[in-house]
Design a protein. Structure first.
Length: 364
């Protein structure tokens, strides 16, 4: 199935490219590979482990993300067609939720009465497909660009856990009031019925860029769109240790400790936008210095300081970026059609953030 899908996508890309061909416009091919991994509360070496006792959360909201992409693009004139495969996931959690998970995993109990507010949100997708992008000049140093991605999803997972947990030190007892809502093509439960082998996603992007004599600016949105999967498994669960309730006639009734509902009615859902604002100064010899702000749904804004110097003769283009939240320093270089980027917050087993990218462009 995956081989047939890849063959179909390749044939569609070549056919559409040939149809849009313009003999006067130059053609270029680009292969780009990129990977960004980050985790606030865990080292990347332990990212696949399920031992919550290893968690060391930061204060406030904690973020973890994976953003991998492989793309082969053909550009002619202002149009770009691409084949791409990508995997993206974000996890946002309160420090209290992670502290509680670690405490329970280690079998420890608090020394005094405690109250935890839990809020955890996971979004993840993986798929492959085609993308169409177009850009153009608007005058006055302004340019615009837009892109649409059509993906065949091989994975889609979302989960939200919300509620409160209390610990009474005198009784050495926990009380829970939590709700979990989960969707995923790998979710299993009794009497699960067959469902569609793949989902679909339409993701959009749009942006504006301005270049002045002494300054530059960019603004954009990406990855907003729609996801759908016919018959995808879904599960809703409630854990409440206060099992006593009173019915309409005043009688005490006891509810189950854990209540849940499974369903497979299919799902169509909007995927949230990721935003970006960047700007700064243009310095001598074409150098650029600036600040970038990236909005992550459910978390907030990630900021980065940037510096770039264009290629000059035999000297390659160079770039430097410092991401404040991730504490990650990234170095980049470009020479001819080759581009390289590498970054990390530290070296060794304690690494919690890293970035790698490789690209090659061949023009005709």
């Amino acid at each position: 199935m995956k081989v047939r899908a890849a063959a179909w996508a390749a044939a569609a890309l070549l056919a559409l490219s040939a149809r849009a061909a313009d003999g006067a416009a130059p053609v270029s091919w680009t292969l780009a590979l990129s990977s960004q991994w980050h985790a606030d509360a865990l080292t990347l070496a332990r990212l696949g482990d399920e031992d919550a006792g290893l968690l060391q959360p930061r204060r406030g909201r904690n973020l973890a993300y994976i953003d991998d992409e492989a793309r082969l693009s053909r550009r002619q004139g202002d149009w770009t067609w691409s084949l791409l495969a990508r995997s993206h996931a974000t996890l946002v959690a309160t420090d209290q939720a992670l502290e509680l998970a670690g405490l329970l995993a280690r079998g420890e109990r608090a020394s005094a009465d405690q109250h935890w507010q839990a809020d955890v949100r996971l979004r993840a997708l993986a798929g492959a497909g085609i993308a169409l992008a177009h850009d153009g000049a608007l005058g006055g140093g302004w340019r615009w660009q837009g892109e649409a991605q059509l993906l065949r999803l091989s994975q889609w997972r979302e989960r939200r856990i919300q509620g409160t947990v209390d610990f009474a030190a005198a009784a050495s007892q926990y009380s829970f009031d939590l709700r979990s809502d989960e969707l995923g093509n790998r979710l299993d439960f009794p009497f699960r019925e067959p469902f569609a082998p793949a989902g679909a996603a339409l993701l959009l992007a749009a942006g504006l860029a301005w270049e002045g004599t002494g300054a530059w600016a960019e603004a954009g949105l990406r990855d907003g769109g729609w996801l759908s999967w016919r018959g995808v498994p879904q599960q809703a669960q409630v854990l409440n240790t206060d099992t006593r309730a009173v019915d309409g006639d005043g009688f005490i009734v006891y509810r189950p400790l854990l209540q849940g509902q499974d369903s497979q009615q299919g799902r169509r859902e909007r995927w949230p936008w990721r935003g970006r604002l960047a700007g700064g100064a243009r310095l001598a010899d074409g150098q650029r210095l600036g600040l970038a702000l990236d909005a992550v749904p459910g978390f907030g804004v990630l900021s980065a300081l940037q510096w770039h110097r264009p290629a000059a003769g035999a000297v390659p283009a160079l770039g430097l970026q410092w991401r404040l939240h991730e504490r990650r320093l990234t170095l980049s270089a470009a020479w001819g059609g080759l581009t390289l980027s590498a970054g990390a917050d530290r070296l060794g087993a304690g690494m919690r953030s890293r970035e790698l990218a490789l690209g090659y462009r061949l023009a005709f």
